[in-house]
Ligand binder design. Structure first.
Ligand code: TYM
Length: 339
């Protein structure tokens, strides 16, 4: 379907809601996106339709959508190697989303844990129906592109399982139509933890901003956050996610950003204490975020180029999405529109 390519296809998305990406977004997902564009036919998008499941200021949403695209490019996505686009530029997402809504059981949707968490925080009167059907739109995102794999963090696993279920259900009812995708989740970095509460996932909605590393923070703010990360009462630098979640999280971050194995790091810091580890990791982090910030700003300073990258991406994405949607409509039994 769509572009002629022998490569397996990947698709993923990120919300433009928070402004800056955080370290969990990068290590859990975006870093894999960059790697996969070399070996896969890769589609990546900024999911603005998902963003409006919670209230958004129009000006901020527009700015944050460009900012998200700029950060993806700064992280290493190359529009020559992947298709980068904005979800609302491809109307087929909402169209297939409706079809998928009609295939999902109410109880099935009610079991989505992210909805339960988010709606519990907002109160059931303030949570929208859009937030409830959010995972079903995500199903449509993935199935439209016949994606083989979906690179995400651990928190998205249940949504990929729903995608598999709905793809199989549709195929069973109407004949083979959709590729059944697999999650692409890297165990080591699937869940990056909050620096202040290392038993909680790093998240933009954290109660304590000191635990959240935003990639666009001033590097000196990042350095401070790393240096004040919560560890534990003994001083031994050893990876043990259960007994020593704080140190283990720091080791994961350090190891991934530098390509140094965890055993090697354990050896390097044997007998040195947490201070030395944090000081060095703070430096590693500063070296990572400083050029990232500069590159993001360069893309933002040239919105015409940025918008034209997104326009080309949308055009490539639509070619694939339109074909899948047409097949889907035909299978369902919609009367073809005569032009
Ligand atoms: P979003 O915008 O919340 O997060 C983007 C990606 O970052 C990952 N992530 C993490 N990984 C490791 N540790 C963490 N602490 C951490 N926090 C976030 C997420 O798992 C995600 O991969 N529903 C999706 C967006 C979406 C999507 C899609 C993804 C919409 N349509 C289709 C894949 C395919 C979301 O809200 O991601």
């Amino acid at each position: 379907m769509g572009m002629a390519t022998d490569r397996p296809r990947v698709l993923s998305g990120i919300q433009p809601t928070a402004g800056s990406f955080h370290l969990g977004n990068y290590l859990g997902a975006v870093r894999q996106w960059v790697a996969l564009q070399e070996s896969h036919d890769a589609f990546y998008m900024v999911v603005d339709l998902h963003a409006i499941t919670v209230p958004q200021d129009p000006k901020e949403l527009r700015a944050n959508t460009r900012l998200a695209a700029a950060q993806l490019l700064a992280a290493g996505l190359d529009p020559e190697r992947c298709t980068l686009f904005v979800q609302s530029h491809v109307p087929e997402h909402a169209q297939l989303g409706w079809v998928m809504n009609c295939l999902t059981g109410f109880g099935e949707a009610s079991r989505m844990t992210q909805f339960k968490d988010k709606s519990a925080k907002q109160g059931s009167d303030r949570a929208t129906v859009g937030l409830f059907t959010y995972p079903i739109l995500q199903v449509a995102d993935i199935l439209l592109y016949q994606a083989n794999e979906v690179p995400v963090g651990e928190d998205q696993r249940q949504h990929i399982e729903l995608t598999r279920d709905l793809a199989e259900r549709f195929n069973g009812r109407y004949g083979q139509t959709f590729t059944v995708p697999k999650p692409h989740i890297i165990k080591e970095t699937a869940k990056i933890f909050d620096l202040q509460d290392p038993t909680a996932k790093m998240s933009k909605s954290t109660a304590n901003p000191k635990g959240l590393v935003n990639l666009l923070d001033e590097p000196k703010v990042t350095v401070k956050k790393v240096k004040s990360a919560v560890t534990d009462t003994d001083t031994e630098i050893r990876f043990d996610a259960e007994a020593k979640p704080g140190v283990s999280n720091l080791l994961t971050i350090y190891s991934t950003l530098t390509g140094t194995g965890i055993p090697e790091l354990e050896q390097k810091y044997a007998g040195k204490g947490y201070g030395a580890l944090k000081t060095d990791l703070a430096e590693v982090m500063a070296e990572f975020v400083t050029p990232f910030r500069t590159r993001t700003q360069e893309y933002l300073d040239d919105p015409e180029t940025l918008d034209s990258i997104l326009a080309k991406g949308a055009e490539k994405a639509r070619a694939v999405a339109a074909e899948t949607l047409a097949t889907t409509y035909e299978r369902i039994g919609f009367l073809p529109a005569k032009h």
